[in-house]
Design a binder for this molecule. Structure first.
Ligand code: PBG
Length: 325
């Protein structure tokens, strides 16, 4: 009699499981998000995001050294300005917080890939990602400002810009202004498929950027939509995006896969603050095992089709990979 399929043969030892493992997260897949604040001598843990910190610019030399020593090749900067205003003027100031952070890191570590988040929400008094007039976020004025932000980041030495605002046409406008100013070589990683997600909660307190009225649903995507994601990606590639991002990650693995199958552009996925906090805090409460949950979630994101992952776990994951792979 024919025996049944013995699937367990290939699960019988760690060695054999290693041989047949289909997905491995590599350190070179990881992008580490960092928050920069005004002031001096500041390394302050962010409430709701255990083990993530607000750094003042002078602390970056030390902080980025650790990242590099772990083998991580890329970081993404988020800035908290000194003052917010209607115009988001510190977002595109040459001595703005992100611009200073980029210069500082590039001075010590020219080899690390420095990506900058391009948005207005941390910098506007109302906390929206664009220009507000009469209670409405105005698209076309917003993209002019976003282009100015991206240009100022490139001038400061950023290697890549990553617009996260979700205004229409911003990728094209950023490409145009970069090209005109001799930054043809700077890639755009577009937050193309960014959902209006509750999982951004901890980030909004970390970046102090919660909208002061209304919500982001007039520009971020409805979590219920899949085909809309395809249209976003088509538009962004047409406008010149080099890397496409899907955000958040774990609740949108189907969308990552769909975008991966439908397009040849590299895909980034952002494991957002809420995804990070859920694992960290549940583990602290003894409900789940932290490392195993981290590895499982990141492998799932990679398996779904992400070529790279923005994650607050980057350092923890790099340590795990060094020990286990
Ligand atoms: C800014 C921005 C947000 C995140 C990244 N860039 C917040 C938002 O859109 O409200 C979220 C990142 C995270 O939750 O880790 N537009």
């Amino acid at each position: 009699m024919k025996d049944f399929k013995r699937s367990r043969r290939l699960r019988s030892s760690a060695e054999i499981r290693g041989l047949v493992r289909e997905t491995n997260v590599h350190i070179s897949d990881l992008i580490y998000p960092m928050f920069v604040v005004p002031g001096k001598n500041i390394k302050r843990e962010i409430p709701n995001m255990p083990e993530q910190y607000h750094y003042s610019v002078d602390q970056l030399k030390e902080a980025v050294k650790e990242v590099i020593e772990l083998g991580i090749k890329a970081i993404v900067f988020f800035g908290l300005p000194e003052n917010k205003d209607e115009d988001a003027s510190e977002a595109y100031a040459m001595d703005g917080i992100v611009q200073l952070a980029v210069k500082e890191v590039k001075k010590y570590y020219p080899g690390i890939l420095v990506i900058t988040d391009v948005c207005l929400c941390q910098y506007t008094s109302h906390g929206h990602c664009g220009v507000v007039k009469g209670g409405v976020v105005i698209n076309d004025e917003s993209i002019d400002k976003l282009a100015a932000v991206a240009l100022s980041h490139a001038m400061a030495g950023a290697d890549m810009v990553a617009p996260s605002d979700m205004m229409d046409g911003r990728v094209g406008r950023i490409r145009e202004i970069l090209d005109k100013n001799n930054f043809k070589h700077i890639p755009i990683m577009s937050y193309s498929v960014k959902y209006a997600s509750a999982f951004y909660g901890p980030f909004r307190s970390a970046a102090n950027c919660a909208p002061q009225f209304g919500d982001r649903k007039t520009y971020q995507m409805d979590p219920a939509n899949r085909l809309e994601a395809i249209r976003q990606v088509e538009a962004d590639l047409e406008e010149g995006a080099d890397i496409i991002m899907v955000k958040p990650a774990l609740a949108y693995l189907d969308v990552i896969r769909e975008v991966k199958n439908g397009f040849s552009a590299p895909i980034a996925a952002y494991q957002v603050s809420g995804e990070y906090a859920m694992i960290k805090i549940a583990a602290r409460e003894g409900l789940i095992k932290e490392e195993e949950s981290m590895v499982e979630a990141l492998a799932a994101i990679k398996r779904a089709g992400a070529d790279m992952i923005l994650t607050y776990f980057a350092k923890d994951m790099a340590r795990w990979i060094r020990r286990n792979q």
